[in-house]
Ligand binder design. Structure first.
Ligand code: PEP
Ligand code: MG
Length: 552
């Protein structure tokens, strides 16, 4: 059975499912003659709860750092809030009831009042209040909160996990968190990232579908899930319950690769990507969105060599505005902290269609209306994107590149548009930097005229994914043709060599950003040919660095 969620901490994990058991304490209403005795019980329970939160704070400080631990300081402040304390005392006195009941009614009153307000922050606070005062009830009822110990790796699933619950847990064998709660700013999200435990949020964990397709629904986390084997994919958001042997095999390999990466990270983090004879290669990451930046940095990328900006244009009703794009590009550039960011303008079309651009029926979409062809036709959209990129350039180290180039004329047309955009921004008083301009070499035409193109631009980036499909006449999305899709084909290697030579003869730098660059067998050739930079998926960075550092 496959469930889906949103990843808030990437990574893979495999283990048995354990359902988090809140075991909330039931509260009964009892009449008590001695109100003062109940008030004293209540006040000493508050004091005890504060002590426990102090302990949690100190534990969190060690586990997740001071910023995240601050949540517990806020909880202590809640325990000191006179509005709550007075309300509980009032109920105990006026109704002559036990302290537990006074606390329970107070929580209900306040949290139902707060949760009606249309403010996410206050709603979150309402949850915190419930959590903190449930603790007080637990102490009053002499409840113990011994955390469950796990003897083997488990993926913990819950409706929601509060910070206190997470910190109290013995996390030695917890390899993943899966919750149905949906906010990326939720505590589960923040703490799982700090603990570096893969986590998914927004997963519908209330149903269970057995192998025969029978569905059982539940109001809490489906109890049938307990103890089942599962795989959490913190990159794609998949949560596989009772995975097939094939899925298990695939993920075992991925986990192995990830583990190797982590080991490499310890050894290679901060090291240069340099051959033994001293040739340095810049090693960048391919990214598709803001979230990938974190993975790129975690894997020690020296920058982002290909940001596929079209992902910002997909799965929506209209193109993103200049402002939205500017903010996104600026955020990504700033998160890279001065490292280079190469933004590729939207490569829409072929397998990346968007609903608001009608390309019409195409017999051969991959050979069709895509990339720069669309941009040069839809001038407004193109200029908007360039304005956004140039405005963001002021805040980072941005270069721009263009996809699907086949002629010098296209490049000349682009450069004219860039000049117009820059002029417009200057007149409007926007600051910007002079970005380096590059093009993708991903059609045989571009490779064959790379001597001419190199005179026009600052850099090339060889896109072997498309270069292979166009050179070898193999649709890259057609599974039946996989055996013909061979980026190591001599025809591809020759074009790469030729492109590098032509670039260097014309003072143009050249990188590669197709998938083949993460194949360590090919890396040696690329370095021999004189490649200047290599951009790969974030998780392949360190493997490539290791391979390069072993070259003569
Ligand atoms: C390529 O074609 O090699 C490339 C990197 O671009 P994309 O995969 O986005 O087409
Ligand atoms: Mg391409």
């Amino acid at each position: 059975m496959e469930l889906r969620g949103k990843s808030v901490c990437s990574g893979y994990s495999m283990g048995r499912i354990a359902i988090y058991d809140k075991s909330e304490t039931k509260v009964v209403r009892r009449r008590c003659k001695d109100a003062q005795e109940q008030i004293d019980r209540f006040m000493s329970a508050i004091a005890k709860a504060k002590e426990e939160y102090e302990i949690l704070y100190n534990k969190a400080l060690k586990e997740v750092g001071s910023n995240n631990a601050a949540i517990f300081k806020a909880d202590i402040v809640l325990l000191e809030d006179m509005d709550y304390i007075e309300s509980v005392i009032n109920i105990i006195r006026s109704q002559g009831v036990n302290a537990e009941y006074g606390v329970a009614v107070t929580i209900d009153n306040f949290s139902s009042m707060l949760s009606k307000l249309d403010d996410e922050y206050i709603k979150d606070r309402a949850k915190d209040i419930r959590e903190v005062y449930n603790k007080v009830i637990e102490i009053l009822s002499k409840g113990t909160s011994v955390s469950r110990e796990f003897k083997e790796p488990v993926i913990l699933i819950a409706e929601d996990l509060t910070p206190a619950q997470i910190v109290r847990l013995d996390k030695t064998n917890i390899v993943g968190f899966v919750v149905s709660e949906t906010s990326s700013n939720s505590h589960t999200a923040i703490l799982s990232r700090s603990l570096d435990i893969p986590a998914l949020i927004g997963v519908d964990v209330y149903g269970y579908v057995d192998r025969d397709g029978n569905i059982s629904l539940s109001e809490t986390v489906a109890p049938q899930l307990e103890g089942k084997m599962a795989i959490l994919d913190g990159y794609s958001g998949r949560f596989l319950v009772e995975p097939t042997p094939e899925e298990t095999e695939i993920y075992k390999k991925r986990i192995e690769k990830e583990k190797k990466n982590r080991e490499l990270l310890n050894v290679l983090k901060g090291k240069k990507t340099v051959t033994r004879s001293g040739k340095e290669i810049k090693l960048y990451a391919n990214i598709n969105n803001e979230r990938d930046v974190a993975t790129a940095l975690m894997n020690d990328a020296e920058g982002a060599g290909l940001y596929r900006s079209e992902y910002l244009f997909m799965e929506r009703e209209e193109a993103p505005s200049e402002e939205e794009q500017f903010k996104m590009y600026r955020r990504i550039a700033e998160s890279l902290g001065g490292k280079r960011l190469i933004i590729r303008t939207a490569d829409i079309g072929a397998d990346k269609q968007v609903s608001y651009i009608q390309v019409g029926e195409e017999e051969n979409p991959a050979l069709g209306y895509r990339g720069i062809r669309i941009s040069l036709d839809l001038r407004d959209m193109f200029e908007t994107q360039l304005r956004a990129i140039y405005r963001a350039s002021y805040f980072g180290n941005i270069s721009i590149m263009f996809p699907m180039i086949t002629s010098v004329d296209e490049v000349k047309a682009i450069k004219e548009i860039i000049e117009k955009v820059k002029k417009g921004l200057s007149e409007e008083g926007y600051p910007y930097k002079d970005c380096k301009i590059g093009i993708m070499i991903e059609t045989p035409a571009a490779a064959l005229i790379s001597d001419l193109l190199a005179k026009e631009v600052d850099f090339f980036s060889i896109g072997t994914n498309d270069l292979s499909q166009y050179t070898l006449a193999v649709d890259r999305t057609n599974n039946r043709l996989q055996k013909y899709y061979n980026p190591h084909h001599e025809a591809i290697l020759r074009q790469i060599k030729m492109t590098i030579d032509n670039a260097h003869a014309n003072n143009c730098s050249v990188g590669i950003c197709g998938e083949m660059a993460s194949d360590t067998d090919i890396v040696k050739k690329l370095v021999e040919y004189g490649i200047d930079d290599i951009s790969v998926t974030p998780t392949s960075i360190l493997v490539v660095r290791e391979a390069i550092r072993e070259l003569a």
